[in-house]
Design a protein around this ligand. Structure first.
Ligand SMILES: Cc1cc2nc3c(=O)[nH]c(=O)nc-3n(C[C@H](O)[C@H](O)[C@H](O)COP(=O)(O)O)c2cc1C
Length: 290
């Protein structure tokens, strides 16, 4: 994937933008976004993610507003909708592909905001002609960022603790999940891991855990937030968004590694960990090409 600029700068620039300028996205940028949609459709587990860019309709703002403060989006100029066949690692594939689009858009100077909870699924499902065996885990609003953030945006950010990221010692480990990895001991891997740490996640829960095993191998685990899936399922019928978060984190890690010349890819292995902590599950391994 070719971004419009250095992917580390793009990751640093990205944030959840909830106030957009009341100005349509220009034809040239829309063309570039559509080209990106065509290019980035396959996830790391091989799933095809069907993305569609749609222009916002007047009713969307009212619909988003009606759904409460968290996620109130002003002047969205469009939405990127994604659908994926409901199988195996579909949600991770979805997160990876959608985040690729988001990073690409950020490189063009376009603001975005993931929406996984606060949107009406049926109205978007209709617009992408969702098929029976497909799910629509999330959408993203986009447009040019407004010059000033609204007071409300700051409140939403504060509520979700959006500027906060967990410390390295909580997220990254050496050899096993018992031994925290110090940034100073991570060598050439400091940047891919730091760029992963800056990834967006649903309600900013940051459920990713990564174990560096030596020889350029990294096991990725999902540490579920207690009660999050169950709570959200009953309230909003949301899909398992923390698996989407895993796909997002994988994309940040992989794109950064590649940019600094560390080629490799994701693969599944049997990590044979005797007892994982409660709520923790193995997702995938990154293996560097030697
Ligand atoms: C899968 C997913 C779903 C999200 N759903 C929403 C949402 O419904 N409403 C909203 O305002 N923000 C949503 N967010 C944005 C997060 O709150 C945000 O990424 C997090 O607080 C970190 O802030 P940042 O993106 O500005 O770095 C979602 C993010 C992800 C990754």
């Amino acid at each position: 994937m070719l971004f419009n600029g250095n992917v580390r700068d793009i990751i640093a620039k990205r944030y959840s933008c909830r106030s957009f300028r009341d100005e349509p996205v220009c034809a040239e940028d829309l063309r570039a976004l559509n080209d990106c949609v065509a290019e980035c459709a396959k996830g790391p587990f091989g799933g095809d993610v069907r993305l569609a860019i749609i222009a916002a309709e007047t009713s969307d703002t009212a619909m988003l507003k009606g759904l409460g403060t968290y996620g109130f989006i002003k002047n969205p100029q469009g939405f990127i909708i994604g659908a994926v066949k409901d199988s195996g690692m579909a949600l991770e594939d979805f997160g990876y592909v959608m985040e690729t689009f988001i990073l690409y858009a950020t490189g063009l100077g376009i603001g975005t905001c993931w929406l996984g909870g606060t949107f009406t699924r049926s109205s978007f499902a209709q617009r992408i002609s969702l098929e029976n065996n497909e799910v629509l885990p999330a959408v993203a609003a986009f447009g040019y960022p407004a010059d000033r953030r609204r007071m409300l945006d700051s409140v939403v950010r504060w509520k979700a603790g959006s500027n906060y990221r967990k410390a390295w010692s909580e997220l990254f480990f050496s050899t096993s999940l018992e031994t925290p990895l110090r940034q100073s001991d991570s060598g050439i891997w400091a940047e891919p891991l730091e760029m992963l740490r800056r990834a967006p996640s649903a309600s900013n829960k940051q459920p990713w855990r990564v174990v560096m095993r030596g020889d350029g191998e990294f096991d990725f685990y999902l540490m579920r937030t207690k009660g999050y899936r169950e709570r959200n399922k009953t309230m909003l019928a949301i899909l398992d968004l923390q698996r989407v978060d895993m796909g997002i984190a994988m994309s940040h890690f992989e794109y950064t590694a590649r940019e600094i010349g560390l080629d490799g890819g994701f693969t599944l292995r049997n990590p044979a960990v005797a007892a994982l902590p409660g709520g923790c599950e193995y997702i995938v391994t990154w293996r560097t090409k030697i």
